[in-house]
Design a binder for this molecule. Structure first.
Ligand code: COA
Length: 260
């Protein structure tokens, strides 16, 4: 897979996808959003890939937002289309992938950058990371799911304050809010994230994909979430992964999941 704005590296069951526009602090232009979609779709379809890390190149930024230069002259319709297309092909797409995607937030995650990190299944930050939704300083609101995912992750009051003040929070504050799970020195961010990813890759990919589905369903509609959990739990019993997992336990050995 070769792209202009992103780098894709795979090692064993793990893929690392790096947004690579450091001179623009990895801002998400249209081409980068499309490339991210294409790369993620390909990786999600590859059975050998069991976890994906998403990060930014350089030491300064994860992603400093949507590319402001591309939408500064948009009309009402073009603005709505920008948000709808972006949400469909990248932000909702990541959230609903069957392969877990972990954001390794290595610096500024602002606007669309924080929205992208929030669309990932969970986040790990470097100690220099700064996060915020500065859209109202530009006269717009977050349009890539930020008004929805931020309150889900940090609660309504904190989300309102972050959106209204457009301020940035540091990594430790983000951890205390529950926005990121861990904070580590920048030099250790990728190794630390890979360690967590490697724990994920040992587990049943089918069960993990059902868990993602059930968790996401509950965030849209709690009742539906419980129904999805019951249905998905039942489906697990028909999988080869379940047979292998339970057999391995009873045979006192480590499971090797076929991912089916
Ligand atoms: N869109 C387009 N270009 C961006 C960008 C964005 N969201 N964020 C940064 N860049 C570009 C800058 O224009 C600059 O390009 P140039 O060198 O060609 O002029 C380059 O990235 C470096 O950014 P710069 O502002 O010089 O770095 P800094 O260290 O002084 O400031 C930030 C860093 C993150 C505070 C600042 O870049 C910023 O506020 N960016 C916009 C954040 C934002 O509002 N995001 C939400 C968008 S909806």
């Amino acid at each position: 897979m070769t792209f202009e704005n992103i780098l894709v590296a795979t090692e064993g069951h793990l893929a690392t996808l790096t947004i690579n526009r450091p001179s623009k602090l990895n801002a998400l232009n249209k081409a980068t959003i499309q490339e991210l979609h294409d790369a993620l779709a390909q990786l999600d379809a590859e059975a050998t890939i069991k976890a994906i890390i998403l990060t930014g190149s350089g030491e300064k930024a994860f992603v400093a937002g949507a590319d402001i230069s591309e939408f500064a002259h948009f009309s009402i319709e073009e603005g709505a289309q920008l948000a709808a297309l972006g949400q469909e092909i990248l932000f909702d797409f990541v959230e609903n992938m069957k392969t877990p995607v972990i954001a390794a937030v290595n610096g500024f995650a602002l606007g669309g950058g924080l929205e992208l990190a929030m669309a990932c299944h969970f986040r790990i930050a470097s100690d220099n990371a700064k996060m915020g939704l500065p859209e109202v300083t530009l006269g717009v609101i977050p349009g890539y799911g930020g008004t929805q995912r931020l309150p889900q992750l940090v609660g309504k009051g904190r989300a309102m304050e972050m959106i209204m003040t457009a301020g940035m929070i540091d990594a430790e504050t983000a951890k205390s809010y529950g926005l990121v799970n861990h904070v580590v020195p920048q030099a250790e961010l990728l190794e630390f994230t890979k360690d967590i990813a490697s724990k994920i890759t040992k587990n049943s990919p089918v069960a993990i994909s059902y868990a993602i589905k059930a968790v996401n369903a509950g965030l849209i509609d709690t009742k539906e979430g419980f129904k999805t959990e019951i249905k998905s739990f039942g489906k697990c019993f028909g999988t080869e992964d379940f047979k292998e997992g339970t057999t391995a336990f009873l045979e006192k050995r480590k499971a090797t999941f076929p991912g089916k």
